[in-house]
Design a protein around this ligand. Structure first.
Ligand SMILES: Cc1cc2nc3c(=O)[nH]c(=O)nc-3n(C[C@H](O)[C@H](O)[C@H](O)COP(=O)(O)OP(=O)(O)OC[C@H]3O[C@@H](n4cnc5c(N)ncnc54)[C@H](O)[C@@H]3O)c2cc1C
Length: 401
């Protein structure tokens, strides 16, 4: 076991940190206040080759390992959850799913420009009446000759107004429950696609989230991902990668909460001493600091399994569950440490607290992960090998695990 980051990983970490410090942190308070998503940040991330960091070079990416993606997400969320969420859906949920399940033609047409950051991908699973209960979805895809006709409404879709390509899950057979779902690559420019942002969110206000409406959208057969009825498995395997990036991002939020709190602990004095000298404040700092370490270890373990080409649903779920709860607690304690000042946007911690809530809900709520972990421990849940595996890293070589 080697816990050291490689030289390449450290260098990516440095690049993202510098970028976040210079190009996100000075402006984020304003963007968050105005509810503005900045597509130019994605363009800059593409310039820095960070939109396809763990996609093989032959498909337009940089070909680095999966833990490098975790590092990118960790550092990005130190700046704001909105841009980490963008990378989570673009790379984790969309591009990596194309890498795992796409045909060579689909990879060339959609994955290459996405990995290069020239096109942006999003992920449309959730519907007004189907969140945790994916099989309850109502969107339909009806085969008609050499294409399908898609109808339905997706909601809470990150990057809805920004993305060029959506992975849309729809029922090809409504009588088959979760076995009747099929995913499609839908281009924004296809006739009948409309999007609309949701306003008034608690957090991630600098992000873009909303509805995708599909009205008789004609999608060629060549844009179907996997076989008919394979959609549930594909969605769950996509979530193995999305959740990994969410967990890694949560580490960044804990880190940001800790950094802000440490600074404030040394500045603020009560009863004649720095508040950091009070043991009850130290308790909050100790919890943040230990949870940061534990969360990163859980994330890197999941990444290590991905590098080895092994199934990691259990480990990724644990990392996501633990890290997101820990990030919420860290942000909450960071506000507490700042006292009344933490309650205003004079300090960033109130934004951290608002931002930390969505990751406890999306990509499997806290309750869904709790159930999963209970079922794994009890032996009620077992993961079978998938028809298509995420490629092991180093790409093109036989697994070293
Ligand atoms: C900011 C944001 C961005 C998002 N981005 C995307 C995106 O890009 N793409 C996408 O497809 N979706 C996205 N989502 C949607 C998200 O994945 C769903 O909100 C999530 O899956 C939960 O579904 P739901 O909101 O319908 O809650 P429900 O499933 O209705 O759950 C409501 C409550 O009931 C609990 N519950 C449900 N079932 C059980 C059970 N069996 N046992 C115990 N408790 C249970 C839940 O834990 C929750 O507390 C996003 C959400 C947010 C907030």
């Amino acid at each position: 076991m080697n816990f050291e980051l490689t030289e390449e990983q450290r260098s990516v970490q440095k690049v993202v940190r510098k970028f976040v410090d210079k190009e996100i942190i000075p402006y984020i308070r304003e963007w968050d206040k105005n509810g503005e998503f900045q597509p130019s940040i994605l363009k800059r991330l593409a310039d820095l080759q960070l939109m396809g960091v763990c996609i093989p070079e032959e498909y337009g990416g940089v070909g680095m390992d999966y833990n490098t993606l975790a590092i990118v997400c960790d550092e990005l969320e130190r700046g704001d959850t909105a841009y980490r969420t963008a990378v989570s859906v673009h790379t984790g949920l969309n591009s990596m799913t194309l890498l795992q399940w796409g045909t060579e033609e689909q990879k060339q047409k959609y994955l290459v420009p996405q990995a290069q950051g020239r096109k942006i991908g999003a992920f449309g699973l959730t519907e007004p009446n189907a969140g945790s209960d994916v099989a309850a979805m109502n969107s339909t895809a009806v085969r008609n000759g050499d294409h399908y006709i898609l109808n339905g409404a997706k909601t809470w879709i990150s990057l809805c107004d920004i993305a060029d390509h959506f992975l849309i899950f729809a029922k090809t057979d409504s009588s088959m429950g979760h076995q009747g779902i099929t995913p499609f690559i839908v281009e924004r420019t296809f006739e009948g696609v409309e999007t609309k942002a949701i306003k008034g969110k608690l957090g991630i206000r600098a992000g873009n989230t909303g509805e995708v409406i599909l009205n008789d959208v004609k999608v060629p057969i060549s844009n179907r991902l996997g076989e008919e009825g394979e959609g549930f498995k594909i969605a769950m395997s996509a979530l193995d990668n999305g959740r990994f990036t969410v967990a890694a991002g949560a580490c960044g939020l804990i880190n940001a909460s800790l950094e802000a709190s440490l600074k404030y602990c040394h500045e603020r004095k009560t009863f004649g001493k720095e508040i950091g000298k009070h043991q009850l404040v130290q308790q909050m700092i100790a919890k943040m600091s230990s949870n940061l370490e534990i969360s990163r270890l859980l994330v890197y373990k999941a990444g290590w399994l991905k590098n080895g080409g092994e199934r990691n649903t259990r480990e990724t779920s644990l990392a996501k569950w633990f890290a997101c709860d820990a990030a919420f607690d860290a942000a909450n304690d960071a506000v507490q440490i700042h006292g009344a000042y933490g309650y205003s946007d004079e300090y960033p911690v109130e934004r951290y607290l608002r931002n930390s809530k969505a990751p406890v809900i999306y990509e499997g709520t806290r309750e869904i992960h709790t159930i999963m972990q209970g079922e794994y421990a009890l032996g009620y849940r077992n993961d079978k090998p998938l028809r298509q595996k995420l490629p092991a890293w180093p790409f093109g070589e036989v697994s070293v695990h």
